[in-house]
Design a protein around this ligand. Sequence first.
Ligand SMILES: Cc1cc2nc3c(=O)[nH]c(=O)nc-3n(C[C@H](O)[C@H](O)[C@H](O)COP(=O)(O)OP(=O)(O)OC[C@H]3O[C@@H](n4cnc5c(N)ncnc54)[C@H](O)[C@@H]3O)c2cc1C
Length: 477
Amino acid sequence: MVEKPKRVLALAPMPPEACAYALARYSRSPDSIRESLDWVRRHDSSRFLEHYYFQYGHASIADLGHLALCFEGVSELAATEIEDEPLWDGQAKSSRYQDFSRAPAVIPPELTPAQTQTYLRIAAQLLATYSRIHEAVSRLLAEKLPRPVDMPEDAYRRNLAARAYDASRYLLFLGVPTNVGQVTSIRTLEKQIRRLAVSEYAELRELAEEIRAALAAPPACAWYEGSPAEAVAPTLARFAEPDEYQRSVRERLREWARDHLPPPRGEALTAVDLIRPLNQEADAVATLLYPVTDRPFRELYELALEWSPARRREVLELAVAGRGERDELPRAFRSAPYAFDIVMDIGAWRDLHRHRRCHQYRQAFTDRLGYDVPPLVAEAGLQREYRDAIEAALAATAALPAPAAHYLLPFAMRSRFLFKMDFAEADYICRLRTGVKGHFSYRRIAWEMKLALEREEPELGRLIQATPPWIEDPLRR
Ligand SMILES: Cc1cc2nc3c(=O)[nH]c(=O)nc-3n(C[C@H](O)[C@H](O)[C@H](O)COP(=O)(O)OP(=O)(O)OC[C@H]3O[C@@H](n4cnc5c(N)ncnc54)[C@H](O)[C@@H]3O)c2cc1C
């Protein structure tokens, strides 16, 4: 019997630039993939990528090569910035699995030796209180929640410990170390390097350089026998330049906001405020100003609606001035029907930040919006100790230079974040993040999002099958 020719061919993992070249050539020649691979073996992928991707800007070619990268011993702050790409796949190590006795804190490179001492002293105090609270809350939970007969002892201990971490993690701070593993296309990786290279945080700027160095060298970890000698992605290492356009837009908008905005309205804080921005121009203006101010989105949107067209144009033009042929418009020009302006603790945001089918904007981390006390901490009688640790950290941040001072902000601190999305993503987030396995802090936010949608869009909002925060199953993970 004649064997049917294979129609589906799996390729062994390849260097990402060679893979991009092979697949790009495959789509532009009559050859089979086998011939394209032979061709690529005999030709220089670097020259192809340099020519078509970096010089002609055929951006989609770079979507054809993927790469796994791991970041070890970076701060939680750096992890959130690394993850801040919509087309990004990855996971960060949960703080539950991090051994803080080995590496308590990532030191922001901006700090002087004297400031570093203060930083490490406060970091040690926060971590010591974190451990004490974890122990006390674990004991409290063991008293309150006896082991169900059908639950193995080790699963029971694990679940109790996880719940206790839910409370103690409020004392972790943005400078604690974590690990991130990511898989991205080289197109996303280029954007990531360019963005990190103009970050306001020195750690991120250093990481951008370290990524380039890792790409210019053979892989640090090999799967198959014998380490490959080829550089991982040499063309990307050479051509990914800092995104100066993004940096200049940020600086211009910040200056404009400082000089032109009226005094703040000073309204009461709302955890979740849902706005449906129907005017696209005012929406873009408000979204451009949001990350460079500390105003609620509603206030900025209403201001932009009141302004003359000429004033709105001023802001819009600041955002496109100096834009190069290959520069993407700032993220603020992306819109969606629902804008959720959320005031939540940094810990809850770290989790919600991971949703990619939405557009996210963050204001500077702050100590102005207060902090939360988890009910279990109060129940364990440790409220005073908890507050003292946080207040000491806040006092120390006041003496550190911005933005490096953010590294000492505990996860308990509230900040302001804007999430724009369509109904499908709102449904996804509300269902997933109200589930009983989740952290009580983001469960409350996701529940508030559903309630806000129900008020604005009763017929759609009622379709969301979310779990109310009062339904609990603390022994389920
Ligand atoms: C209980 C719990 C524990 C967790 N623990 C950890 C942890 O320890 N470490 C960690 O790193 N993360 C953790 N996460 C986060 C998790 O890994 C996800 O990052 C997060 O839940 C986002 O969900 P998502 O990827 O399903 O969806 P989203 O990013 O919201 O995307 C929604 C859907 O759209 C799809 N999608 C996304 N982008 C696109 C696109 N551009 N085009 C088409 N489809 C797209 C997704 O595949 C998904 O199906 C945890 C989450 C939960 C709920």
